[in-house]
Design a protein around this ligand. Structure first.
Ligand code: PLP
Length: 372
């Protein structure tokens, strides 16, 4: 089935008791035991399983073409559970330009957990190759990366990781399963901050990991960490995510087209130093984007000519576009990333923009007016 159909039907069933088309929200934390003490209806306690989470995990697995999906309470809880699934002594390779929250998690929270971590420029696959060690268990990539919009060659990194016996995880939050299928390109798992495009309306926090092989040893570790660790999403949050995901393919196609149009217009503006959009011919990873992705998505960055104050000043003259963190919602949002990131090399004059569902002419009028 095509993504437009999967986004609505994967994991979905009409409520067997009432016939309701829209699934009910199962808030119950506990489920009735059978007379023999069993649970023939499949649910025991909502930290272990919940009907809304089951539906969400089934839909995520099918959209990504994976065998197993595990949902968590946030994108960060997903990364935390993944790292907690490793054993002491493991070596991890991670990009030095990935979402700074994950960098902080690795540098600050897991710094003294007996794990070795090497940060690399992941777009240069030779750096990954030379960082590999006999105890490298996990290679993390984020492509496109947030906010620099760099790409990593998933197929090439999968070969390197597998040659060394490591597990390759790709953060697919920015591309979404509509524009990129890391599992088909060789990754072992995909991570999403479902908070972003999958939810799609800036009203629910969530995360998920989708694995290609449900029988990989890391799959059973992750299942234990999910159920026993308990960083699971609430039933209402699962329901909200499923509701948002119905329209994912359509939202992605609109923001993809509109972001490219805005990026071209910005690229021709005299007050713009540089536009970091994968669809522009001058982006260093444009050729890879065309082979590895089927669209560029709705998120990109641009450098305003001048200082950090010039960039911030421009955002203060916007009327329609909102100054806010995060991305993937229906409202176009903009953010001066250097002032929120700790310890990254993001340029001081960089603004990251998440194109929403407004008409592109109105978005452009607002940007052009603020740029002067
Ligand atoms: N991965 C990427 C690419 C992100 O941009 C973010 C958040 O911005 C995360 C992971 C973390 O997700 P969450 O904010 O849901 O914890």
């Amino acid at each position: 089935m095509k993504p437009e159909t999967l986004a609505i039907h994967a994991g979905y069933q009409i409520d067997p008791t009432t016939g309701a088309l829209t699934p009910p929200i199962h808030l119950s934390t506990t489920f009735e035991r059978d007379p023999d003490g069993g649970f023939a209806r499949g649910h025991v306690y909502t930290r272990d399983t919940n009907p809304n989470r089951d539906e969400l995990e089934a839909r995520l697995a099918q959209l990504e073409g994976g065998a197993l999906a595990l949902a968590f309470s946030s994108g960060m809880a997903t990364f935390m559970s993944l790292i907690q699934s490793l054993h002491t002594g493991a070596h991890i390779i991670a990009p030095n330009d990935m979402y700074f929250g994950v960098q902080r998690l690795l540098r600050e929270v897991f710094a003294d957990w007996g794990l070795a971590i090497t940060f690399v420029t992941a777009s240069d696959t030779r750096q990954i190759e030379s960082a590999m060690r006999p105890n490298t268990k996990l290679v993390i990539i984020e492509t496109p990366s947030n906010p620099m919009m760099n790409l990593t060659d998933i197929r090439a990194v999968a070969d390197i990781a597998h040659a060394g016996g490591a597990f390759l995880v790709c953060d697919n939050t920015i591309a979404t399963p509509i524009f990129q299928h890391p599992l088909e390109l060789g990754a072992d798992a995909v991570i999403h901050a479902t908070t972003k495009y999958l939810g799609g309306h800036s009203d629910v926090l969530g995360g998920a990991i989708i694995l290609k092989d449900a029988h990989h040893p890391l799959a059973s570790r992750l299942q234990v960490v999910q159920k026993v660790g308990g960083a699971v999403p609430a039933p209402f949050d699962c329901w909200m995510l499923l509701r948002g995901m119905y329209t994912l393919p359509h939202r992605m196609n609109i923001v993809n087209a509109n972001a490219l149009q805005i990026a071209h217009a910005l690229n021709n503006h005299p007050n713009i130093e540089r536009v970091l959009h994968l669809g522009l011919d001058d982006h260093p990873h444009h050729a890879l984007a065309r082979t590895q992705m089927s669209g560029y998505g709705g998120l990109f960055s641009f450098l305003v000519r001048g200082s950090a104050d010039d960039a911030m000043g421009m955002t203060n003259r916007l009327r329609l576009i909102k100054r806010a963190t995060s991305f993937g919602g229906v409202h176009t949002t903009i953010e001066h990333r250097a002032s929120v990131e700790v310890g990254t090399s993001t340029p001081h004059n960089l603004l990251r923009i998440s194109i929403g569902l407004e008409h592109p002419d109105d978005i452009w009028d607002d940007l052009a007016g603020a740029l002067g």
